[in-house]
Ligand binder design. Sequence first.
Ligand code: NDP
Length: 261
Amino acid sequence: MSITHTIHSALNIFSLEGKIALVTGGGSGIGFHIAQCLAQAGAQLVITGRREEVLKDALPALGTDARNFVNDITDLKSLPGLIADIESEVGEIDILVNNAGINMKKHAVEVTDEDFDRIIQTNLHAVFTITRECGKRMIDRKRGSILMITSMAALYGIDRVVAYTASKSAVGGMVKALTTEFSPYNVRVNAIAPGFIETPMMLTAMNGDPSRRDKAMDRTPMGIWGKPDDIGWASVFLSSDAAKFITGVSLPVDGGNSIGF
Ligand code: NDP
């Protein structure tokens, strides 16, 4: 057996061939790159989001069997039907990536109750409902991987993102609670906590202010911005058999940010 053959066989452990992956918010930003990396690893992709044209534009890069479902995750009552439709039209979901999320940069004293509710509903409650609907099916089948995209805000305090921080920290807590319940059924639950990643959400949050961008880099030991693919490949790893004994983990993908600053 040649060394190349051995390497290829070893890398098969990262293969997602034959698996169906659902990525919420998979039409743009980090979600699109997660979907693209999962597709490159062999998974059949289903992406969701509110904007049909964005989802349709994303599909060609995700393989001929990729599908999109238009859905607003804040419409909580629609979510059980969404998951049921995906499973009946596409097949059993093996990998769930809860990526869709929103941010809001405001001083805590200026955040209204409506602002707070909107962030919590999108980043936390919808994540719970989608996870519950997929989780019960995965438990029945005794297989599955659930991945939450949280944030460095889940690991330490950042100013002017109080609702966002609350939502992402709560999802980090949810990962631990779900791990205790889902692990006996071979359903793994993990999170990725991205650092500063170059996407429209982050660039908007930075308000195009170069000094804030520089400050972000000063806080990052590697001194560079992350690329959406960095989150994508970490998602492939955590969703694959290479991570079959990893559950309950929040993995920072942040150029060293989480060591503290
Ligand atoms: P973007 O704003 O670029 O993308 C967000 C995605 O979520 C879009 O595809 C959007 O699709 C979807 N989405 C938002 N609200 C809803 C909704 N109500 N229903 C359905 N889909 C929705 O953000 P990023 O790519 O930067 O962020 C992706 C994830 O990564 C988020 O959870 C974010 O918190 C997290 N993150 C990002 C960081 C960064 O540096 N960029 C750092 C840390 C965490 P549509 O608008 O079509 O509905």
